[in-house]
Design a protein around this ligand. Structure first.
Ligand SMILES: [Zn+2]
Length: 309
């Protein structure tokens, strides 16, 4: 009897120990998962431009870097680009540009959405504002990048206004209630521009894209209708465009080389340190918008993990 009791007790003890071990293991596994999760939770970035090639030029190198680190990047064109050509137009051009955008998206490693609004006719109306709000919400964006509302092109200008108009509304559940409102307002940034009035662009964040520059140029070249046809024609330099694919890439790389101004160099030094900053050949820079979440230095480093001293 005593023996049996002891045995039962022993079995119970074994059961308890096994149970505790299992629980302990489970806790370790769960802890490990949440740790991994915290480390690998992808940053979600959405870049919004007016035309199917705007995000590419302003943030393509940064997008390649983020996507290659496992983060989620989406490009959105608010118009379908159906006015951006000297001899083509309408639905046929919109279709051609959609195909170019999809190809560019593949080369950048991002998803590319093109909204079906007419090119050259964009206005900051409620309908398009709701489209923009939905895109930011559906992407569950941590960061939104768009043009400043000062620009020569009305579509660029109004894309800037539309994204600013969405910068608070993405969190308001009663606006566009068919799409879940964001719990946290994203960080809103501006692409670089050269306009001086009412105030010049301020490079708050500088990303070294030297190592991805060639990939960026290769992705940009997917927009054949733009970089090799329309932009040279409207810019008066169509005669410069080479005919062979290899020569075109070299030519496009030269055209896309932007000067590293003293302000940009200062920003590069801030984020990468002096030594690395001196070696940078190509950079993309962004300004923090006053609307949306205001990030501190550490938060910017979390959202742009390639910024390392
Ligand atoms: Zn544009």
């Amino acid at each position: 009897m005593t023996f049996i009791v002891k045995k039962t007790y022993f079995i119970e003890e074994i059961k308890t120990t096994t149970h505790m071990r299992k629980m302990f293991l489970l806790l370790i596994i769960l802890g490990g998962f949440s740790f991994l999760n915290a480390q690998t939770q992808p940053i979600r970035i959405i870049m919004i431009g007016a035309h199917p090639d705007d995000c590419d030029g302003g943030g393509g190198g940064t997008a390649i870097l983020l996507a290659s680190m496992g983060h989620a990047v989406k490009f959105v064109s608010v118009t379908n680009g159906d006015a951006g050509h000297q001899t083509e137009g309408g639905g046929a051009l919109a279709k051609r540009r959609m195909a170019e955008a999809k190809e560019a998206g593949k080369r950048f490693g991002v998803t590319y959405d093109v909204l079906d609004n007419h090119d050259g006719e964009l206005t900051p109306n409620l309908n398009v504002r709701l489209q923009v709000i939905r895109k930011i919400r559906e992407w569950d964006a941590d960061v939104v990048i768009a043009p400043r509302p000062n620009d020569y092109h009305p579509d660029h200008r109004y894309t800037g206004v539309l994204v600013q108009d969405a910068a608070y509304m993405v969190g308001v559940p009663n606006v566009a209630p068919d799409t879940r409102a964001l719990k946290k307002n994203p960080v809103f940034l501006y692409f670089q521009d050269y306009f001086q009035r009412p105030n010049p662009f301020r490079p708050d964040i500088a990303v070294d894209i030297t190592e991805t520059f060639d990939r960026k140029i290769n992705a940009l070249s997917a927009h054949e209708s733009q970089y090799y046809e329309w932009l040279p024609w409207i810019g008066g330099y169509a005669s410069e465009v080479p005919t062979s694919a290899a020569d075109r890439l070299t030519w496009l790389a030269t055209r896309q080389t932007e000067p590293l101004t003293p302000e940009i160099l200062k920003a590069l030094e801030k984020w990468y340190g002096k030594d690395r900053a001196m070696r940078v050949k190509y950079a993309e820079v962004f300004e923090v918008c006053e609307y949306g979440t205001q990030p501190g230095t550490e938060e910017i480093r979390r959202l742009f993990p390639m910024l390392k001293k």
